[in-house]
Design a protein around this ligand. Sequence first.
Ligand code: GRF
Length: 183
Amino acid sequence: MKIAVLISGTGSNLKALLEAQKQKEFESEIVLIVSNRKAKGLEYGKEYGIPAVIIKEDEELLRTLGEYGVDFIVLAGYLKTISSKILESYKDRIINIHPSLLPKYGGKGFYGIRVHEAVFKNKDETSGVTVHYVNEEVDGGEIILQETLNISHCKNPEEIAECVLKLEHSTLKRAIKKIEEEK
Ligand code: GRF
């Protein structure tokens, strides 16, 4: 698959994917990096020799995806809602990584540290990561892969976030491999 990775921030998931691609942990090729705003993660484009652009408008995003022959989209901390036009054009070919065991702590309002604050408040002993297909419902698409981890040792939401983010980095590449094998 020719993958575009969409980010909005630090891009640690992107970096993990770029490393995994370099180690040939999956066959797909990341051909484009897009952020909807200035983002530290765009710098990985230079480091790995992959075009990395800021695109704010959905029309331009759709056009650029076409220009690069993208056939699969990975949302990795992309905070903008995907337009219905792009959802249609890439039906069942967009995945997202979410830092909880969906459907728990998913949907509108559950992003970034808020997810881990809710987990901490509920005194959950475990949390985890979900990679799912993207549809019109926020965090609502079919689940591809879920991995759990014990967080009973975490003393605050920030510690949970740190442990979960590390798990994301390994789960996302395994999800791509799983999709490749199921194709
Ligand atoms: C992470 O918090 C992750 O849980 C979610 O969005 C953030 C992305 O972080 N998917 P990064 O930009 O990949 O470091």
